[in-house]
Each structure stands twice: as C-alpha cells, then as structure tokens.
Design a protein around this ligand. Structure first.
Ligand SMILES: *Cc1c(COP(=O)(O)O)cnc(C)c1O
Length: 471
C-alpha cells in the first residue's frame, strides 16, 4: 500500500515514509491510493477476533512495509486490558433499545485520543530504532492531545516530548495528569500566556528549518495518517458488538472537531463496513454542521471561535476535513487544491457546486449541533434515566444522535472522554462531582515536574537545545 496527497501530487510513498511526516510536500494530506474492500467472508471471520487481532488485520492492509510478525507484536503490546481496562478494549454500553455508547475513553488519559496515540508511540519507537534515528516531538496543548501524546511516548526509546501548555489555564486534573509524569524523556513547558501563544511558538520553531533539522523536530498532530488509521479499528469493533450478522447496518454519531475521528468512520465505510449514517455532532463551533447543511465550508476567525464546555471540539477549521472532500470530489486533486489552497486561504471559505453537494448523501454524512444548555440537559437526563454519567463531548454526540435515529438501525455514539476530566460542567449539571476511575483519586497532590517559560520562542529553543543529549 502506498500513499498520495489530496492536492494532486500523485508520487507514491510507503507507510514508514509518511509515518513521521506532517503535510505532503504540496500542502495536502496523505491518503492511501485506494481503500481495500472487505468482502463478506472476511467480515464474518473478523467478527470473532479479539480487538488486537482485529487491529492487526486492518492495519496490515495499510502498513505493508513493516514485517507482519513485528506489526502483530506491536499491536498486541498496544491494545491490552492493562492499558484499556477491559478485555473488549472498546465495550458497548447500551442505553436504551437501539442506542449505545461505545467506550473509547478507558485509556491512560481518559479520552479517545489514547486509542490512536498509544499505537503511535509504539510505531514511532519501532521506526526510529529501525532507522537509527531520534525524534523530538514539539507540541502545544490545552488538554487532551498533549496528555495523550505524553502518556504514549513516556519511556519510549529515541523519542522526547516537549509539550507547551498555557501556565495555570488547564483544569487542575488535566495539569496533574501531565505534570505528574516523571519520565526523563517528557518535558512539560508551562508558558506564561494563552494557548494561542503556545501554538505560535510551536509554529515559529517549526518554521526555523535549520533548527528543525538540527534538533530533529517532529509532531504528533491529528493529520497524522497513522492516528486516523488506528481509529478505523473501533468502528469495526463497535459494529460487531451491535449486530449479530453482516446483513445488519448501524449508524455512528461522532462528537467532532478536527474531523479525525469521523474521517476514520468514513474510511471504514469505504472499506465496506455496513454503516448507514455517519453523524457529525458539533458544539457551538459549528463549522462542520454548517458545511453538511449548506455545502459551504467557512473557517472561523479568532473572535468567532467560542470557548465552550466541550473544549476539545472548539475549532476554527477542521484539519482532517480535506481528506473527506478529496473522496467526495472523486479524488480530483486539482479541484481540492482550488478549494483549500486558493479559496480557503484567500477568502476563508468555499462553496460546493449543487451537483457536488448532492453527492454527500451517498457517503452517509449528516450533522447536528449542540449547545451548553443541551449538554447540561443531556448529562442530567442520561444520569437520571440510565444511571450513566457522560462527559460534555459525549453529551453533544448523544443530543445530536437522537435527531438522526432510524427504526431498526442501531445507533452507536462514540464516548470520546470520561466525565472526570470536566468536573466543573458535571457539577453544574448534576450538583455533584464526577466519578473518577480507580487509581486517579489523589492525582492533584502528586509531585509535579514542569518548567515555566515566558512567551518567547528563543527561550523554548534554548530549552530544547540544552535538553537534547543522548537518549
Ligand atoms: C479531540 C476530541 C474530540 C474531537 O475529535 P476530532 O477527531 O478532532 O474530530 C472530541 N471529543 C474529545 C473528548 C476529544 O478529545
């Protein structure tokens, strides 16, 4: 299997080549040259597999430049009950007839990003060792991504993490999760500014090509194909749990921000998984809902990007969205280039033609939007009627899922985080603290390891340069 860019550069690269890279050289995103089709017999065989074995089968179709035995061992080391809490790894939790949550948030940082990031940690370690290289991962976080990256890379050979976060602005729980890590290859840099300052420093550092090359700077952001690929697996796992035979179809609702999670659902559907609808749920930052309703994709400005109580969906643009548009437009790289490079970069938006817009239905996509009041009501209702406590992002999903259920088609809502991470809104909704998984009770009082730095890219570079000794 090889990979090409969404913007028309059809030169093919292998999986290991694109694993450690971000954008394709022409500014597009990488996608496989085609989606392998899963026939009935294969789907029937996969139904009986453990999560790790299923992951090996699916990943093996897309990763053909790592020996099968190595890939199998790597996947089996990743998806264990020790790390993800149950033997099913992603158990289905029925709420009412035809409506289920799929639990994706029982990894170390209590959000679904662990599902992909834990695999990425092992893939990076493997590939760097094979090449005899090292990598310094530089990132900015306001919560979920940074902690998932740190828990995936801690103790890994050949990898260091430098994670910038706005000093004092993360929730105490999220801060404790990250800052309590004592692994020498994990560096928490608390920047005396806001999240945007952190992101600007990362950009400035990555744009310094000499520095980037000298210190082998890399990223783990959501456009990484390996992350998306890892997420394809739990769509199959959810389907098998919700159905008895491959004649049945299911729908998925996905609390969405950067479109990475639901894009994995699109890939699963393109492979032939019987998915009826893919429902994109947004919060007040409704870039995606607007697109699926109107055919206009309009990037939001800073002042139009709201801070909400489902913060991991607070986006101004959806960085993986271009992948879906490429498939929607019949893989016409020139057209994608026109829409994303010319139109979005110059005017901030594009609008599909009427004919293009009509094609969306054939891909199963629909959407909906949820507000703070909806979140509170949904958290309360789910707690009172089912005794199940859900987080704010999952609540957005559940609210929108109810608007798109069809008789006879099971709906699966992806649970993207646990309520323990969002205590303030849980207290507002339920008048009590969220339940916390065992082992995390006293996390705020653990010793913290971090360095405070001013909003100054040079100081961050100096820090990196002086902490890049032998690994
Ligand atoms: C990252 C995240 C999302 C959004 O996922 P995308 O892949 O960016 O669409 C939703 N919920 C939670 C809890 C997240 O951490």
């Amino acid at each position: 299997m090889n990979y090409i860019s969404t913007r028309g550069d059809r030169s093919e690269r292998g999986f290991s080549e694109i694993l450690l890279e971000g954008l394709a050289p022409d500014g597009g995103l990488y996608l496989p040259t085609h989606y392998p089709k899963i026939d009935d017999a294969t789907l029937a065989r996969w139904r009986g597999l453990s999560y790790a074995d299923l992951a090996f089968e699916i990943l093996g179709l897309y990763i053909t430049d790592i020996p099968a035995a190595d890939l199998r061992a790597l996947v089996q080391r990743t998806y264990t009950p020790q790390v993800f809490g149950t033997t099913q790894i992603v158990p289905l939790k029925p709420l009412e007839a035809g409506l289920n949550l799929e639990a994706l948030s029982n990894g170390p940082t209590l959000a679904f990003k662990d599902m992909a990031m834990q695999l990425l940690g092992n893939l990076f370690e493997y590939e760097l060792k094979r090449r005899g290289q090292t990598l310094n991962i530089l990132g900015a976080t306001s919560g979920d991504t940074g902690s998932a990256a740190e828990y995936a890379m801690r103790g890994k050979q050949g990898v260091r993490v430098f994670m910038l976060s706005p000093n004092g602005r993360m929730s105490p729980f999220q801060q404790a999760q990250m800052f309590s890590l004592q692994d020498p290859n994990i560096h928490n840099l608390a920047i005396e500014g806001v999240f945007d300052d952190c992101q600007d420093i990362v950009k400035a550092t990555s744009n310094d090509l000499a520095f980037k090359r000298k210190y082998r700077i890399g990223t783990v952001n959501s456009i990484n194909w390996a992350r998306l690929l890892a997420q394809v697996v739990y769509y199959f796992a959810g389907y098998f749990q919700a159905t008895k035979s491959n004649a049945e179809r299911v729908s998925f609702t996905v609390p969405s921000g950067n479109f990475g999670n639901i894009c994995a659902g699109h890939v699963a559907r393109m492979m032939g998984l019987p998915i009826h609808k893919l429902v994109a749920a947004t919060n007040e930052n409704d870039v995606l809902d607007e697109f699926f309703r109107t055919g206009t994709y309009r990037v939001r400005k800073g002042a139009e990007t709201y801070e909400t109580s489902s913060p991991s969906m607070d986006i101004s643009k959806a960085s993986n969205f271009e992948r879906f548009v490429y498939d929607l437009l019949g893989r016409d790289g020139a057209r994608v280039q026109k829409l994303f490079k010319d139109d979005v970069e110059q005017t901030g938006s594009f609008t599909l033609s009427g004919e293009e817009f009509k094609r969306i239905a054939g891909f199963g996509f629909v959407s909906g939007k949820s507000t703070h009041a909806d979140r509170l009501a949904t958290i309360r209702d789910t707690w009172e009627r089912f005794g199940t406590m859900i987080d704010t992002h999952t609540a957005d999903g559940l609210k929108v899922a109810r608007e798109h259920t069809d008789a006879g088609v099971p709906m699966i809502v992806l649970e993207t985080a646990l309520p323990a991470k969002f205590a303030e809104t849980i207290r507002e909704a339920l008048g009590r603290d969220p339940v916390r998984p065992a082992g995390l009770e006293g996390i705020e009082s653990l010793p913290k390891r971090y360095t405070v730095l001013p909003v100054d890219a040079q100081r961050v570079k100096d820090y990196i340069a002086s902490h890049c000794g032998e690994l």
